[in-house]
Design a protein around this ligand. Structure first.
Ligand code: 13P
Ligand code: SF4
Length: 331
């Protein structure tokens, strides 16, 4: 249940959040899809892998997670002794919704010779049913460490899975989930925009369907897209991911122009993630004040989910081989 957000008139939210952050020994983690005012006050802004690493390593007592619920749950799985708060507990994800744990368990049972490589955008229950978690920035590296003959189920994002299959030439069984935000880009409108900005490259997130990725000059995670924006030679970039990341681009390279790729109506507003948008400064203030809404996970479930997340952290860092990580479910 979400905390009440009525505040005394005249509350200086930024000052109050700063005061509470110090009093609580809290770290504020923010995803690139958060509103600019939240990105600007966060102690750390990053992609899903960066944020998982920060959550695992922090010495703060409280993690205020400005992102969506599966991200805050990941922080709690990795740092069970910390208090993890999420400004709005309704901040879910269409990919998580597309993959109910019972259906995923039944799918796994139908394919006992497959391991489950699972995108981090899923519930804690699905993480507990998986062998290895990946993020968009670590998926290819982790996949390359699996034996070539190992059969793999990839879920819940069929677009990221399809992209990995095309990129690596590897076959996988795909769960049919999608991100509603990245599904909303329109190829017709993108081609019109490209015609208006000849020579401007397109950077796209792999959650986009293939019909959009086919027009991309660069495909990568949010932090990958940000790095591309900084390094590219040209002065204009078309950005096919949730448009709040443009805030970081404009801060990093203000002399360049960034244009959000359009949806079917030619208006990129339909690509704002409705779940990420639920978090506000007011709700963050209340969450820090009340230490609620708070993430709680049953301990047995947490430990099962941690196995697949720990494998991700080890394999993404490249310091640990698959053989050192214990038997996978299908072996
Ligand atoms: P990354 O930031 O890891 O690229 O993930 C994007 C996303 O979908 C977050 O929900
Ligand atoms: Fe989920 Fe898509 Fe929103 Fe990311 S952008 S949280 S994948 S709905």
């Amino acid at each position: 249940m979400n905390a009440r957000t009525e505040l005394p008139t005249g509350t200086d939210l930024l000052a109050e959040i700063d005061r509470l952050r110090r009093e609580r020994n809290a770290v504020i983690l923010g995803h690139y899809y958060q509103k600019p005012e939240i990105q600007d006050l966060a102690d750390f802004v990053g992609d899903s892998l960066d944020l998982s690493r920060k959550a695992a390593a922090t010495d703060a007592d409280v993690i205020a997670f400005c992102g969506v619920r599966f991200m805050a749950e990941t922080a709690k799985i990795l740092s069970p002794d910390k208090t993890v708060i999420l400004p709005d507990m309704d901040a879910g994800c269409s990919l998580e919704d597309s993959c109910p744990p019972e259906q995923f368990a039944a799918f796994r049972a139908q394919h006992p010779d497959h391991i489950a490589l699972t995108y981090i955008n899923c519930s804690t229950e699905v993480k507990a049913l998986s062998d290895i978690i990946v993020t968009s920035s670590s998926a290819e590296k982790i996949l390359s460490q699996l034996p070539a003959d190992q059969k793999v189920i990839f879920g819940p994002d069929r677009n990221l899975g399809g992209y990995l299959m095309r990129k690596t030439g590897r076959d996988m069984l795909l769960w049919p989930g999608v991100c509603i935000v990245h599904e909303a880009f329109s190829e017709t409108e993108l081609l019109k925009l490209k015609a208006q900005h000849p020579g401007a490259p397109v950077a796209a997130h792999p959650e986009c369907p293939a019909i959009i990725l086919d027009h991309a000059d660069y495909v990568g995670s949010t932090s990958g897209i940000l790095d591309y924006a900084k390094a590219m030679a040209g002065d204009t970039l078309i950005v096919a991911t949730e448009p709040h990341i443009i805030h970081q681009m404009e801060k990093a390279v203000p002399e360049k122009t960034f244009i959000g790729a359009p949806g079917a109506d030619g208006n990129c507003n339909c690509n704002i993630c409705p779940y990420m948008a639920l978090n506000t400064l007011e709700k963050l203030y209340v969450a820090l004040r009340d230490l609620s809404p708070r993430i709680e996970i049953e301990e047995g479930l947490r430990q099962r989910a941690k196995v697949s997340l720990d494998r991700m952290l080890a394999m993404a860092s490249g310091t640990v081989g698959l053989g050192d990580l214990g038997p996978l479910r299908a072996n």
